[in-house]
Design a protein around this ligand. Sequence first.
Ligand code: BEZ
Ligand code: FE
Length: 267
Amino acid sequence: MTEENRVATVTQRLLDDARQAVIDLRITEDEIHEAAQFLDRLGQAGEFSDLLDIFLAVTSVVAIKGADGGTTPNLAGPYYKAGAPIRKDGRLYEGDLNEQEIPLAVRGTVTDAGSGAPVQNAVLDVWQADGAGEYDSAGYHLRGQIEVGADGSYEFHTVLPEGYQIPAKGPTTELLEMMGQHNWRPAHIHLRVHVGDRTPLQTQFFIAGARYLDSDPVDAVRSDLIVEARDDPASGGKQMDFDIRLPAAHGDARSAADGPKALGAAR
Ligand code: BEZ
Ligand code: FE
């Protein structure tokens, strides 16, 4: 199918469904004009991508790609940045640890969901917010690639992330509020698993006990992705274990809209 046909097919289906909603819900022309004004404001605020990520990305990633026997996949969201440095020493943070931050060690294995064997030549591409809920959009602080050992084990050192608002203000938040939904994401860490030039898994895991786990506006929380953060006597901080099982059908889990954040609130 050509890209032209794909656009026509998707647009036609969205129009058919929207027209049916107009009929079923008796949406008035005034309400359509009000919606149009809202969409204009959304565009001016640069929040179209946030809105689509909030409402549709999880459905695309989880419902269509599915877990396929492996770790449940999850959305990338808008804050992924390609080209993160390989962190040979396992540290995701740059410079000294800020005193306000809680050190976090994450350990686990990467195995094949079918055979249980360690996956060879896997690399984790990790990105996360800091303890104040901020992503580094200018550089690569709390972003990095972690090489997985031949025995399938990995380890990286970072800080405990905090939840954040998406986006902090603007029409997206107004709409969520009108729907009775707040705009706070629960604390999480994103990662992709690269094996050679393939990316068989993209997911995120959540800190057990974090605020908003049961009311994520993006609806991305899945029980197998919630991980306990235990005390770590070695660092005085926390440690988490997250074992990753790669799906049997090693397709490519990346979203089409790859790359750095294009729209929405700067982070
Ligand atoms: C995120 O997890 O980074 C995210 C997901 C959806 C919208 C905005 C941010
Ligand atoms: Fe995120």
